[in-house]
Design a protein. Sequence first.
Length: 111
Amino acid sequence: MSNDTPVLDTISDITTASIDHASGTMRDYMLARLAALIAVDAPPASYLANAPALRQAEVTAEDVQSVMIAIAPVVGTPRVVSAAGHIARALGFAIAVGDEMAEQIPDQRAQ
């Protein structure tokens, strides 16, 4: 454990231990973890802390979108939209929420 980042190191150790004890593939595990982060409206730092494992599991932007679509009926639109912003900031993913949706939102600056 590094003296510079004890909290991050502890979180990394906990994550490693949970992965070691989980059944299934690393990819399935990380997709489930991503769904949990979205469900609890995790801040960008939480996604950033999981970024190395997400990359290692080869989770793509399309996978992230699929998870968001799958859990939206359960967690609600506000959580999914919030997560898209957090993920985009934390991981640099360009989550497409759709041009059609953007066109439906009135331009607040025009008022």
